[in-house]
Design a binder for this molecule. Structure first.
Ligand SMILES: *Cc1c(COP(=O)(O)O)cnc(C)c1O
Length: 599
């Protein structure tokens, strides 16, 4: 990825990808976590695969936030200001009417450049334009900041502003992909185009159908708080009478609220969840709509460590353009894989020592747990039974655990979880058991951790982990997972081969007990046998790295969602394209319960 002053041609860009956050480079604070990483990895694969794509997001001039942790793990936050002006301008300013006043929106262009030089232009919308209302000028400052009113205005800028900008640039995509409901208002922009200036209240079913033909929607979470909704008064105030009436008439109010997910569902011809089980759970949540599933991936070229890149470039030269060649990892001596991993581990521990003064031992089994600190992710499950943990560490000759993660600034319980981990770490730390929570989980730390620990741990409360992608980054670096069978791990877990499953149980205590059992009786003995461990590492790459990548994922979007029937892949059969032998029937609550918790 680099910057070019020549604007890439927009002619023939048939796919427009809209996302509230996109992780474009480690230096730019335009993302918060998994959703933005997925968006960035999607575009990086699109660039590698020369897909005809263009993308829309917001500038986020002050970023998400930088996390600071006190001695007791109390989180505070600071802004991450950056200069979008350092990028080339899109050259167009579009004007929207929001809150009954004019709002000018400009954009900056970031070029994502693929392995063969193909460019995906990303337009970052910016309302900090002279002449705008002073409050409006701050609208594209804070990712997920402010109150619901601020959020609705941002989502209006993303959807309506994005469509207007593409129009101004003369770009007429066939497909508009809403990456999560935040982008759903793009459908209103398309409906306005469809009606060509006539009031939206005149829209017929045929007009809505015409818009649907051009929209694809990916939903990303079964967690209720992840589905944005706004009061009807707010909807009228921000969007104005005409648009608000159109949303109401199209049947997009849900439980008396404007619901971004329902707008996206109503206006999209293809809807999908982000892993097979998440597709099923979402289907139960939204029984009136057909919900498909395309399992997430990660961009291999981004997440594979430097040492593994060198090894793959030497042994599997085709891996960057076609990740499926990584299957040839079975031609590489497992000892070489282990040697690479050890370098990654040492590199991680060097950074840990430099940042914290704590010295971790590269010969000791090391677990990693890093993710957004939300209560359903249960960061403290690993620390449930501290006596057991200490006993295991003593029995197996030492154990090290690295934690990291940000809690949303407004998430009190999430922040409490970080303090809890600090408190336990303080109490337990010894020469045999080292536990440390690292500050400011971001792209760089995420890469170091997934490359450098020995086992990646994930302990969500079922069925709330839609996919999860950090374990996929780990797999590409030969790091097995120890996880609850939820999200991608239902598809990725081959027990004892690519990692280990924490057995399903009714209580947290029982799930923690399974975690400890696996650690003590299944994982530690393999770790103690370097040749056996190296074979596990190789299976992670050969079995999971070859599948859980965004090259495969994007090929599925191209074939199944954007341009069906598939030019290369077989069109999915009528009916269920997959059968889930795990989890299929035992989602732990009923459809009615799920849809009532959404709102
Ligand atoms: C990959 C990544 C995520 C998403 O990982 P999950 O497994 O979904 O939690 C979040 N944050 C960062 C910094 C990442 O690199």
């Amino acid at each position: 990825m680099s910057l070019s002053t020549h604007a890439p041609s927009l002619a023939g860009r048939t796919i427009a990808y809209f996302s509230m956050e996109i992780a474009l480079s480690p230096e730019l604070p335009t993302y918060s976590g998994g959703l933005g990483m997925l968006a960035g990895d999607t575009l990086r694969s699109a660039a590698d695969m020369a897909a005809p794509m263009v993308a829309i997001s917001l500038a986020h001039r002050r970023g998400y936030f930088r996390q600071h942790l006190s001695d007791i793990g109390q989180q505070t936050e600071s802004d991450v200001p950056w200069q979008p002006e350092s990028l080339p301008s899109a050259g167009e300013v579009v004007t929207l009417t929001l809150n009954e006043r004019k709002l000018m929106v400009r954009a900056w262009r970031y070029d994502v450049i693929g392995v063969t030089g193909h460019v995906i232009p990303v337009f970052l919308l910016d309302t900090d334009v002279e002449g705008n209302d002073p409050w409006d000028r701050r609208l594209t400052d804070h990712l997920y900041g402010g109150d619901s009113y601020y959020r609705l205005c941002q989502e209006a800028v993303l959807g309506l502003g994005g469509v207007a900008l593409l129009n101004a640039l003369g770009c007429k995509p066939e497909v508009h992909h809403m990456n999560e409901g935040h982008a759903a208002l793009l459908a209103l922009g398309l409906l306005e185009d469809q009606l060509d200036g006539a009031p939206l209240a005149n829209a017929t079913d045929a007009d809505i159908e015409a818009v649907r033909e051009h929209c694809v929607f990916t939903t990303h979470t079964p967690v209720p708080a992840g589905h944005d909704q706004f009061g009807v008064d707010q909807m009228y105030q921000v969007l104005g009478q005409d648009r608000a009436t159109a949303i109401d008439r199209a049947g997009c109010l849900h439980n008396g609220l404007m619901n971004m997910t329902y707008i996206a569902l109503r206006f999209s011809r293809y809807v999908n969840g982000v892993a097979m089980q998440h597709g099923k759970v979402s289907q139960k949540m939204f029984p009136g709509y057909k919900v498909h599933a395309i399992t997430n991936g990660v961009h291999a070229g981004t997440w594979v460590s430097h040492h593994f890149q060198e090894l793959f470039d030497a042994e599997i030269p085709g891996w960057r353009t076609d990740n499926q060649y990584l299957r040839s990892v079975y031609g590489i001596d497992p000892a070489q894989i282990s040697a690479c991993h050890l370098k990654n581990k040492q590199r991680l521990f060097d950074v840990v020592a430099k940042r914290t003064g704590h010295h971790f031992d590269p010969t000791v089994l090391t677990l990693g747990f890093a993710r957004r600190v939300a209560t359903y992710k249960r960061a403290s499950l690993l620390l449930q039974d501290t006596a057991r943990l200490v006993a295991i560490a003593e029995k197996i000759g030492g154990l090290q655990i690295l934690f990291a993660g940000k809690a949303h600034p407004a998430d009190g319980p999430g922040k409490g979880l970080i303090r809890e981990v600090y408190e336990v770490a303080d109490r337990l730390n010894s020469s045999l058991l080292r536990i440390h929570f690292l500050e400011n989980y971001d792209w760089e730390l995420g890469a170091l951790l997934t490359q450098g620990v020995d086992v990646w741990v994930n302990t969500p409360r079922r069925p709330y982990e839609a996919s999860g992608t950090s374990g996929m980054k780990a797999a590409l670096n030969g790091v097995p997972s120890l996880s609850i069978l939820d999200g991608w791990w239902i598809e990725g877990c081959a027990e004892g081969v690519t990692g280990w499953a924490i057995d399903d149980a009714e209580t947290e205590q029982a799930e923690a007990a399974s975690l400890y059992d696996k650690l003590e009786n299944r994982i530690a003995p393999v770790y103690a046998n370097p040749r056996a461990w190296a074979r596990v590492q190789r299976h992670c790459i050969g079995m999971n790295g070859t599948f859980f990548n965004t090259h495969r994922m994007l090929a599925q979007y191209l074939g199944n969602a954007y341009f069906p029937p598939a030019p290369v892949l077989l069109a999915p059969p009528a009916g269920e394209p997959f059968r889930l032998h795990r989890r299929a029937s035992d989602v732990p609550f009923s459809a009615a319960e799920i849809s009532s918790t959404v709102n």
